[in-house]
Design a protein around this ligand. Structure first.
Ligand code: SF4
Length: 242
């Protein structure tokens, strides 16, 4: 099966809690797609990015994805989180319509490098532009296209911070979009290699970065920002499917 309605799925799992950002703690089923137009230096999901793992990605119809979400959730309509990779490169419109008709809600997490009309149908659009430490370059015209087409959705910014340069960059981004809630998150400098989700996280190092980030935000009196950890990393390290 391969056409423009096929969703390339790396994994579907849950229900579990959303581990980060505006919906932290909320029960959700994750649909993680395969393929990404970025190659962030610290990507923690390379199994869903690198085409070397393409054979592990399942081409699925919206009906099949919906059936698996319903089976996992026991039919209870909850939040479905579309993640990746970059889920924006997949055709999610039909799945969102199908899920909404059954009471499910949808949040998309994307870097904002591809704008799709179906963003308007989302319940939450999490735009996560990648800071300098990623070695990626944001195309702000496309990023703003994402905001424009996603106007029907609640839109938030989530920015991963590794160092002072990332922090200053995040301040600039937040100043550019003052109407968007902004969530800051300390980066994990010990992401798993794609084939090994048992790789140990330097949690103390991540915690130290979080403490530095909190101090930085308070020193600047940046009271509009919210600083959150990656809860799933604190609880389960690099383990997948949780
Ligand atoms: S955008 Fe996300 S999934 Fe893609 S390479 Fe960067 S961190 Fe990984």
């Amino acid at each position: 099966m391969s056409d423009d309605t096929t969703i390339r799925v790396s994994e579907i799992f849950g229900p579990t809690i959303q581990g980060e950002g505006a919906l932290i703690g909320m029960p959700t089923v994750f649909v993680r797609t395969g393929g990404c137009d970025y190659r962030c230096s610290w990507c923690d999901s390379m199994h869903a990015v690198d085409s070397a793992y393409r054979e592990t990605w399942n081409p699925m119809s919206a009906e099949d994805v919906m059936a698996e979400v319903e089976q996992l959730s026991g039919g209870a309509p909850l939040m479905v989180t579309l993640s990746g990779g970059n889920p924006a490169i997949q055709p999610f419109g039909p799945l969102i319509a199908m899920g909404h008709a059954r009471g499910y809600r949808f949040a998309l997490e994307t870097q904002g490098s591809v704008a799709r009309n179906w963003f308007a149908d989302l319940d939450m659009l999490v735009l996560s532009p990648k800071p300098p430490s990623s070695d990626m370059q944001v195309d702000w015209d496309i990023f703003e296209d994402c905001m424009r087409v996603g106007q029907g959705a609640e839109t938030v910014l989530k920015i991963v911070i590794f160092d002072e340069a990332d922090y200053q960059w995040a301040r600039d981004v937040a100043a550019r979009y003052p109407d968007l809630p902004v969530y800051l998150q300390p980066g994990n400098h010990t992401p798993p290699p794609p084939e090994d989700d048992t790789a140990v996280v330097d949690q103390e190092g991540v915690d130290a970065r979080m403490r530095w980030l909190v101090d930085r935000v308070m020193d600047d009196k940046w009271y509009g920002a919210r600083v959150l950890p990656q809860l799933h990393v604190m609880l389960w390290g690099n383990k997948r499917g949780v």
